[in-house]
Structures are given as structure tokens and as C-alpha cells.
Design a protein around this ligand. Structure first.
Ligand code: NAX
Length: 328
């Protein structure tokens, strides 16, 4: 009998949490051989709604779902946790300055990082979804000095998947024939979706596309601003696609990337590609043996250099701001 993995979702009663919980409980996060104990962390006013989600989870009679715990206490939520999905965050509201946003989130992700440090299992893997995701992951990691920094990641897999979808639309290629796309930098409008190393059916993607103007003025802004376009159309931000990307991110982390391909994730920089060491930035990454590794030795052309530097500059500013606010 396999011991159940403890999976904690914060903000579990929110819209991403609602899309995520059922897929975790059905086994899509860790695979069909791993039973799951699902922990839901919510703020007190949303605990009742989380109880409702738990009732629905019950009613699915998922064979792999070993049990559900609901709590508003971070220490209890992260005790023995194997996979932590940090989704709940303080959104930017009208008139809020960046400093206010970072402070509000520092008040969430600092204590959650400390609770992970105090109680998590040795193999804990943390994915931060709540925005600003990269900097929230940075804050959480800073409060977890005993957890290796490479266990704290931020989600750019949704951006990666959006880029795959745009390329499929443009070229008619099958998703499985597209390889080596990369998202660099911050999960924000400054991110750089990079086609320079991508291939379609083994051919350079840029050659298949054959239209630099589309890459610059169509592909890149469409991917970077897709979140806003979804809000405009749906009247609510991306939820099921974000949950899907979170599932992909953890599944790949545990089960690996296919030979010859890579994916994108916000991981701690080792100084590669001129990204200051310690920042949590998106890179092309492979996964094997349960670890994400930055793809080494890629050539970075002039255009890519500019775009990466611009997004990384934003991450550096956010880091300076959280330092100045005493959040790390
Ligand atoms: P919702 O507002 O629907 O849900 C958030 C939930 O978090 C609420 O139920 C709230 O009660 C809870 N919460 C707030 N503070 C908490 C705390 N301290 N502890 C535990 N729970 C807490 O937002 P939703 O649409 O689910 O989005 C969640 C986060 O994901 C947002 O920050 C959003 O910006 C971010 N996103 C990140 C994406 C990415 O690619 N990295 C894409 C999708 C999404 O925009």
C-alpha cells in the first residue's frame, strides 16, 4: 500500500482552487498510483465555501482520495506536506500601489513559507500560482531557509501552454510536434515567449512560421496579454486553464520531460543567462529524477537578450521593493 501524498491547496475555495481540487483528487496531479490526502487552506470567511467543495469531492467517490482536511491555519495546512500549491493571494484592487500589493502578499507568503519550513516533508515541492507569482515564491522561499531554494517554483506553464496554442493556430501543427518553446522572465506582461529554439516536426519554428512581424507583433503580445483577453471575454480571470497548467507543472516536475524537449517554469536562478542568482525567473527547463534543471548553453540572440533583460529588470525591481519593505 502506498502512503498517501499530502497535497495542500491554498485559496481552495477560489475559482482556480475549484478547478484544481477535482483534478488532484482524481489522480491527475501525481498519477494513478498515488493516493492523495487533500488539505485546503482558506481564510476564515471562505472556510464554509471550502466545506462545500469538500462535499462535492466526497460525492465524486474518487478512489485515490484518501481524505480531506480544511483549515484556516497555515501551520496545520503544511504539516507533512509533499506538494504545496499556493494559489490564494491578495489581488490588486483599484488604486493599490505596487508597494501595497507586495506588502499584502508578503503578509501571506512570508508566514506560509515559514510554516512550510517548520512542518513540510523532506521532499516538499512548492508551486506558487498566486500573483505576483515569481516574487511571492521568492518571499516564501526566503522564509524557508531549511528547504532547498530549488523546491520553490512559480507558475509560467500557463504562458507556455498559451504559446503552444498560438503556434498551433498559426501553423496547423499538432501540439505534440511542437518542441522547445520557452518562456523567460516574470509571469507578467513583460515575459518573453521565445520561438528561437522551437521546432515544429523537427524544423525550426521560425522557418515554418516564416514571418518575423507575426512573431513580434502577434505571437509575443498575444501570449503575454492573454490573461487580460480572457478577463475581457469571460468577465473573470483564467481559472480552468490555470488549474490545468498547475497540474502540468507538478506532473512534469515529478514525472519528467520527454527526451529532446523541455518546458518552462519559474525556478531559482543559478546566474544562468545573466539572470541574477537567487531570483525566481522563468527559464526553459527539463525535469528528471524529480528535479527541474535550467537548460544550459542556449544561444541568445540580440532580440531575445533585450526581451529577457527587460523582464528580469522587473523581477530585480520587485526584489528591491520587497527588501525595502522588509518582507524578506
Ligand atoms: P479567487 O479570488 O477566485 O480565489 C482566491 C482564493 O484565495 C479565495 O478563495 C480567497 O479566500 C483565498 N485566499 C486569500 N488569501 C488567502 C490566504 N492568506 N490563505 C489562504 N487562502 C487565501 O482567485 P483565483 O482566480 O482562484 O486566482 C488565484 C490567484 O492566481 C490570483 O493571485 C491570480 O492572479 C493568480 N493567477 C496566476 C496565474 C499564473 O499563471 N501564475 C494565472 C491565473 C491567475 O490569474
Amino acid at each position: 500500500v502506498t502512503t498517501p501524498a499530502v497535497v495542500t491547496v491554498t485559496g481552495a475555495a477560489g475559482q482556480i482552487g475549484y478547478a484544481l481540487a477535482f483534478r488532484i483528487a482524481s489522480g491527475q496531479l501525481l498519477g494513478p498510483d498515488t493516493p492523495v490526502r487533500l488539505r485546503m487552506l482558506e481564510i476564515p470567511p471562505a472556510v464554509k465555501a471550502a466545506e462545500g467543495v469538500a462535499m462535492e469531492l466526497d460525492d465524486c467517490a474518487f478512489p485515490l482520495l484518501d481524505g480531506i482536511d480544511i483549515t484556516d491555519d497555515a501551520t496545520a495546512a503544511f504539516d507533512g506536506v509533499n506538494v504545496a500549491l499556493l494559489v490564494g493571494a491578495r489581488p490588486r484592487t483599484k488604486g493599490m500601489e505596487r508597494g501595497d500589493l507586495l506588502s499584502a502578499n508578503g503578509g501571506i507568503f512570508g508566514p506560509q513559507g515559514a510554516a512550510i519550513n517548520a512542518g513540510a516533508a523532506d521532499d516538499v515541492r512548492v508551486l506558487v500560482v498566486g500573483n505576483p507569482a515569481n516574487t511571492n515564491a521568492y518571499i516564501a522561499s526566503a522564509h524557508a531557509p531549511d528547504v532547498p531554494a530549488d523546491r520553490f517554483t512559480a507558475m509560467t506553464r500557463l504562458d507556455h501552454n498559451r504559446a503552444l496554442a498560438q503556434l498551433r493556430h498559426r501553423t496547423g501543427a499538432a501540439i505534440d510536434d511542437i518542441a522547445r518553446l520557452a518562456i523567460w522572465g516574470n509571469h507578467s506582461a513583460t515575459q518573453y515567449p521565445d520561438l528561437t529554439h522551437a521546432t515544429i516536426g523537427g524544423r525550426p519554428a521560425l522557418e515554418v512560421v516564416g514571418d518575423d512581424a507575426w512573431v513580434r507583433d502577434g505571437f509575443i503580445p498575444t501570449v503575454a496579454k492573454r490573461g487580460a483577453a480572457i478577463i475581457e471575454a469571460r468577465g473573470a480571470s483564467s481559472a480552468a486553464s490555470a488549474a490545468n497548467a498547475a497540474i502540468d507543472h507538478v506532473h512534469t516536475w515529478v514525472h519528467g520531460t520527454p527526451e529532446g524537449d523541455w518546458t518552462s517554469a519559474g525556478v531559482v536562478s543559478d546566474g544562468s543567462y545573466g539572470v541574477p542568482e537567487g531570483l525566481i525567473s522563468s527559464f526553459p527547463v527539463t525535469a528528471s529524477g524529480g528535479a527541474y534543471t535550467i537548460v544550459p548553453g542556449l544561444e541568445v540572440d540580440g532580440f531575445s537578450r533585450e526581451r529577457i533583460d527587460a523582464s528580469v529588470a522587473e523581477l530585480v525591481e520587485e526584489r528591491e521593493a520587497v527588501r525595502a519593505l522588509g518582507l524578506v
